[in-house]
Write a protein of this length. Sequence first.
Lengths: 103, 235
Amino acid sequence: MSNGYVFLSIAAMAVTTYLIRMLPMAIFRKKIENRWIKSFLYYVPYVVLSAMTFPAIFTSTGSVLGAASGCAVAIMLAYFDKGLLTVAIGAAAMAFIVQFAGM
Amino acid sequence: MNLKEVKEGIKVGIPIALGYFAVSVAFGVSSVQSGVPFWGATLISLTNLTSAGQKAGVDVMAAGGSIFLIVLTTLIINMRYFLMGVSMSQKVEEKMPMWKRLLIAFGITDEIYAMSMSRSTHLTGSYMAGLIIPPIFGWTGGTLVGSVATGFMPSILAEAMGIALYGMFIAVIVPPSRRNGNVLLGVISAVILSVAFTYAPVLQIFSEWSVIIITVLVSAFMATFFPVKEGADNE
């Protein structure tokens, strides 16, 4: 990855992200009333995170079995409403243990 | 500057900062493993202050995607901040000058937004400074630590940390899926499509674009056939 590419990519991300946050604060101060747009934006975070997480999570560590175990632990902890951090650390700890055990 | 307001903001900002620190260590590790240099990972965190958008951006970078694709991915994934900005703009002091609005806008994240909205009174610039600045340090500092430490930690530990960000995403997805069948349907559709884009030979050609395509398709489908109830507060 060339430094120029890294720098350009970061600038592109930063400017895009800031504009999204800034425009409503500075200019469009009217509430969005359109039900379709509101619904669309409501679903976006869950859909994005699901698509990013699966199946990528299974290859996110050194072993597929470790990753799958970490994933299972994460789903279980999240199901019982544990916080973001607990779930993240639980998943990593499980993946580490399984990998450490040489599986 | 109203010191009492700053202090109140900091009280809420510190716990967010600690959480961000831990998660961003994992972001730093996974970015370096994707081939992004440590300064790049740190600069991304300092200038973006968002988890999913950054991770998606790094994924595109790792695949050598175009700048156009990076902008589009960032745009789609972070679009929710637009809605948050709209409601935030109505919660800040009415007479707040433009430059303060412009600064506060930088700090709109899921957690900071949630804490701002749960405040019973309007938001002052001092309160928001206290609320936003600690998380910026936590998020950027954690990324720096994680991305620099990657080279020094045993590879098995660095590898295990690759899953931490995904764990956090699961913590965001699962609870609402449990309570709301529509969210669950959206999640399952996204997972099925994502697996198809990863493994189906025809779709693999578009794999760099998969997150955008899936997000637009599934969210549009859900918004059309399962719109959220009018008047419900969804953010």
